[in-house]
Design a protein. Sequence first.
Length: 149
Amino acid sequence: MKKLYSLMTKRGLMLAGVLTLCASGAFAQNKAIDFKPGNPFSDAVVSGNTLYVAGQQGPDASGKVTGTDIKEQTSNAIAAIKKVVEKAGFKMTDIVSITVYVTDLNDVKAMNEVYIKEMPDPKPARATVQVAGLIGGAKIEISAVAVKH
């Protein structure tokens, strides 16, 4: 550790930061969760102690979007996130950030009713964005970032 501190001069600051990252394991191997060959993405990727969950819509076993209204689709998307999070060895309470994509901002109030009931406290930081459309005709898609402490 003394050698690391001796590197922390004006010129050695960057090198010391890199050595600290290496020593902490920040360059851990990424692990894909539920990657299916032929698909252009994984349902999630674990990097170090962080899980990045791809947008989830809550499809049925055939991959089709289920539920006709925003409440049912929100519940299905949250259930899909929970499945991915737990498969990766994380807990829903590890989620620190959520991004919600909706096709109609008028659905946000109804979406929030389900979200408040089904997402554990404390609620993660969240952004909600209206988009022109979602794959499969979904009304909602949710992505998440979780961190193990």
